[in-house]
Design a protein around this ligand. Structure first.
Ligand code: SAJ
Length: 408
């Protein structure tokens, strides 16, 4: 079988299937990923995953390559970014289909895992048929292929646990498509495989992430209210969460990653009239980095030649993923609007500054102790484990802006 797209989701999916003895080809357009994987190395940070990957590559069960192959089943795990108007951009799905189409044979299964707006799986199937009119989507035809959606649901940072143990929603375009996909996921997933149709499967994923986004927006709004009232939002939430039916999430500097900050827009762009609260939650969460910037501007305006330590630029704790990271955007905007501000970035999970920060002469990547000791203002943006452990006495006399409630 073949997994198309070897990123944070595709590569672990390929490795888990391979670990069950199935020969898997992983395809990715990024040659440096392909080479790294074929050396048995993980091209990103994911706790515990390196052991599994090394083993399946060593056993010859997983091979990465740049060009497409013929297979019985394909799982497509490519990015689905949005365009300016927040509608989905299916260019990566389309190019995956274009590469795959010449290799498809009757009976093949194609599963789309990429998070997608309702109707995308059907549109992908129709594009396959446009390129391969000799195949059919009618499952009774001899030349039928089978297409399904099975949204990925693992939490980056906990993939080893969740890949095997999370229930999966699986929706085929036809009943046989659902069944074939259930058989495929059953090889490595020990949890429930929940059968539905493709559109409901697409919406299930978007709904899960919108649920989380709306709830984080509630926490972020509480943080603004608490600041205004002069109370500690983390204490407030902790107290409220003692109620047996209340479970409020945590405020932060904004919502990042390629999922929660993106997926709700697919619902909004598909049904703008109805999706009012989902849109408002997006706006609340997207507004939080500006609020944090306001606090920082206020702090540095009171100090002559200020030095600031910005702790964390990943989008959340203990990973190296910088996609849609509010922390990264906060640091970039600070550097842009304060050319004389001396910014020390601490990010234990990366070796070099990303391209978007590398050109600023006023930003440097530093180790934690040095950055804190030289800083006037310490801005905690990500609750990485290294930051939780620091000796609080090193913060004495400095202005602290803790966006995650780590040092309260
Ligand atoms: N965040 C908060 N407060 C919280 C929880 C999260 O500010 O209480 C922020 C994080 O710092 C981060 C963002 O939200 O910036 C998203 O982080 P996350 O841990 O909530 O989620 P992701 O994006 O890593 O993964 C989510 C998961 N979805 C749900 O929990 C419903 C994961 O299961 C999905 O597979 C993933 O999206 C995805 O790929 O869609």
């Amino acid at each position: 079988m073949c997994v198309v797209g070897l990123g944070y989701i595709g590569l672990p999916t390929a490795a888990f299937i391979a670990s069950k003895g199935v020969k898997v080809t992983g395809v990715d357009v990024n040659m440096s990923y392909v080479d790294t994987i074929n050396r048995g190395e993980v091209p990103f940070v994911e706790p515990g995953f390196d052991v599994l990957l090394r083993q399946v590559v060593k056993d010859g069960l997983l091979e990465a390559r740049a060009d497409q192959v013929e297979a019985d089943a394909y799982i497509v795990c490519v990015p689905t970014p949005f365009k300016e108007n927040h509608a989905v951009d299916t260019k990566y799905i389309n190019s995956a289909v274009e590469a795959m189409a010449p290799h498809l044979r009757p009976g093949a299964l194609v599963v789309l895992e990429s998070t997608s707006p309702p109707g995308t799986t059907k549109a992908m199937a129709e594009y396959i048929i446009e390129l391969r009119p000799d195949l059919s989507l009618n499952e009774d035809d001899e030349n039928a292929i089978f297409v399904a959606h099975c949204p990925e649901r693992v939490l980056p940072g906990q993939i080893m646990e969740e890949m095997e143990n999370n229930d999966r929603v699986i929706g085929g375009l036809t009943p046989k498509g659902t069944k074939l996909a259930v058989d495929l996921y059953g090889t490595f997933c020990t949890a429930e495989l929940l059968e539905t149709d493709a559109t409901t499967a697409e919406m299930a994923k978007l709904t899960e992430n919108s649920f989380r986004d709306v709830n984080i927006a509630f926490a972020n709004e509480l943080s603004l209210i608490s600041d205004r009232l002069g109370i500690d939002v983390w204490e407030l939430i902790e107290l409220a969460n003692h109620h047996p039916r209340v479970n409020i999430l945590q405020p932060g500097p904004g919502v990042g990653g390629h999922c929660i900050a993106v997926d709700p827009w697919f619902i909004v762009s598909s049904t703008p009239e109805e999706a009012k609260m989902i849109k408002l939650a997006r706006d609340v969460n997207d507004g939080k980095p500006q609020y944090v910037l306001g606090k920082v501007e206020d702090a540095i305006s009171k100090i002559e030649s200020p030095v600031i330590a910005a702790l964390g630029i990943a989008f959340k704790a203990d990973i190296d993923d910088l996609r849609e990271s509010p922390s990264l955007n906060i640091v970039r905007e600070l550097a842009e609007s304060n050319s004389d501000l001396d910014i020390r970035v601490v990010e234990p999970n990366i070796g070099d500054l990303p391209v978007s920060l590398a050109d600023f002469v006023n930003i440097k990547l530093q180790d934690l102790d040095k950055a804190i000791s030289e800083a006037d203002v310490v801005l905690l943006l990500v609750d990485h484990k290294e930051f939780k452990k620091i000796d609080r006495s090193t913060l004495a006399g400095k202005t602290i802006i803790d966006t995650r409630g780590v040092w309260r």
